[in-house]
Design a protein around this ligand. Structure first.
Ligand code: TRP
Ligand code: SF4
Length: 437
């Protein structure tokens, strides 16, 4: 099985996806005031999230980097990423958002000028209207940020064609802009750790699970460029190993100083193995040691990239039960739909109701298969108790689909009306977000 980020696959079995690709199960433990998408299991998996949790706990800087594909209208499913971004913004993260205009050109043939327009009108204006703050937040275009493109080119040195094929399944007929676009995404994700964009720090990429191939690729590349590797050996010792051949003695010496600073004092340094064993360290100390070593690498021609972390969210179903897709207007509520349109769409949405009212009273509805319920869960209901009540009232046959739909439809109507107004003001503050270099 392969995940194809450009196909319109509808994923069903998230547990299987997780197991098959080694994505870890997400838990909200330790997360301050988790936003509803986290509490409700919509964020179902992660890679390396503990680095972000540690940063939050220890009040250390961390970055959020995510991207948008400017190829169609923004729908309510696309809103999930920005909800998460705003949550982390509140927790003190600095925010960078990539407009994937190169990817959109390379994979869907959208000209760059059109990509820019779509990004602004459909996405960015809505992000602002939804409440994204301009402080420590910037939105840039892949095609206009030279360091991103440079990294895409330079970091490709450690990626070969067979790896690209194994991850993405490219055929011989694939055009080179398409093949190159994931490398630009690697550039997106890692460039925020360049000195000019804030320097090395843990970075979280909140995305849908379809983006996991890019995350795997980027994590591999970031690790490939590390100078140090801290790990447990076969005989259960914790060692710091030098992955390059230059400055080995000095790198080992510096590592020992860092480890001393962290309170360790039982060392064995074996230069010909390029190794420093820390005998009084445990496996649980690895991350902490590594965290301190990374910045040193900048002094030795390394990039000092922390491996980026990622969280993965599930996808909301389309209104008709299939996939929500910007190319199928009936399947989606677009943020630029008029309030009336939005309301109408909800009234037509697939429910988990029974064939007749009598039957529903007797058997109850099936919220697990109901798009209206998904609207509540993902977007419309803030309090968990209120959501639980809807669930229970549905199951027990107390609540009928008509009234339930009306409630959701009216909420969507209000939401869209409010957003419409906020978009008007949003336009004036665009310049506080957009960065053209
Ligand atoms: N590939 C992403 C998409 O299809 C967009 C994207 C580009 C992105 N660069 C990114 C997402 C960096 C996360 C991080 O939606
Ligand atoms: Fe869905 Fe509400 Fe009908 Fe239950 S009652 S199936 S939640 S619309």
């Amino acid at each position: 099985m392969q995940i194809n980020p450009w196909a319109s696959t509808q994923y069903e079995d998230y547990t299987r996806l997780r197991d098959e690709f080694g994505i870890e199960e997400f838990s909200i433990e330790g997360l301050p005031n988790p936003q509803k998408l986290f509490r409700r299991g919509v964020i179902f998996g992660h890679r390396g999230f503990s680095d972000i949790l540690n940063a939050i706990r220890n009040n250390k800087p961390f970055a959020i980097l995510t991207g948008l594909m400017p190829s169609g209208k923004m729908h309510i499913g696309n809103k999930m990423v920005i909800d998460q971004v705003m949550y982390f913004q509140e927790l003190g993260a600095d925010i960078t958002i990539a407009v994937a205009d190169i990817e959109s050109y390379g994979t869907r043939g959208v000209p760059l000028e059109k990509g820019e327009k779509v990004a602004i009108e459909e996405y960015i204006i809505n992000y602002i209207a939804l409440g994204l703050k301009p402080e420590r937040c910037e939105i840039y275009f892949q095609s206009k940020r030279e360091p991103v493109k440079d990294l895409a080119y330079l970091l490709s040195k450690k990626i070969n064609l067979s790896e690209m094929r194994a991850i993405y399944g490219f055929e011989d007929s694939a055009n080179m802009t398409h093949i190159f676009s994931p490398l630009v995404q690697v550039g997106d994700i890692l460039h925020v750790q360049l000195e000019r964009y804030g320097g090395p720090r843990p970075t979280l990429v909140p995305v849908g699970v379809d983006q996991d191939p890019h995350i795997r690729l980027t994590r591999n590349v970031a690790f490939g460029y590390r100078l140090y590797n801290v790990s447990k050996t076969k005989d259960d010792r914790i060692g710091v190993f030098i992955k390059v051949d230059e400055n080995v003695a000095e790198l080992l010496q510096k590592a020992q100083e860092v480890a001393k600073g962290l309170g360790f004092n039982d060392f064995e340094m074996i230069e010909k193995y390029k190794a420093l064993y820390i005998n009084d360290a445990q496996e649980a100390d690895i991350a902490r040691i590594d965290y301190e070593l990374i910045p040193l690498e900048l002094n030795y021609k390394g990039y000092g990239f922390y491996q980026p972390s990622a969280t993965f969210h599930r996808f909301m179903s389309g209104l008709n039960g299939g996939k929500m897709s910007s190319s199928v207007p009936e399947s989606s509520i677009f943020l630029t739909d008029t309030p009336e349109e939005g309301k109408k769409k909800v009234m037509k949405c697939k429910t988990g109701g029974r064939v007749s009212v009598e039957e529903q009273k007797k058997l109850g509805g099936i919220p697990e298969e109901c798009v209206v319920y998904e609207l509540f869960l993902y977007h419309l209901i803030e309090k968990d108790e209120d959501l639980e009540k809807i669930f229970n009232d549905c199951k027990s046959g107390v609540q009928m689909c008509g009234q339930c739909k009306t409630r959701a439809a009216e909420q969507i109507e209000t939401f869209l009306k409010d957003l419409q107004e906020k978009r008007e003001e949003a336009r004036d503050s665009l310049k506080d977000y957009l960065k053209y270099d």
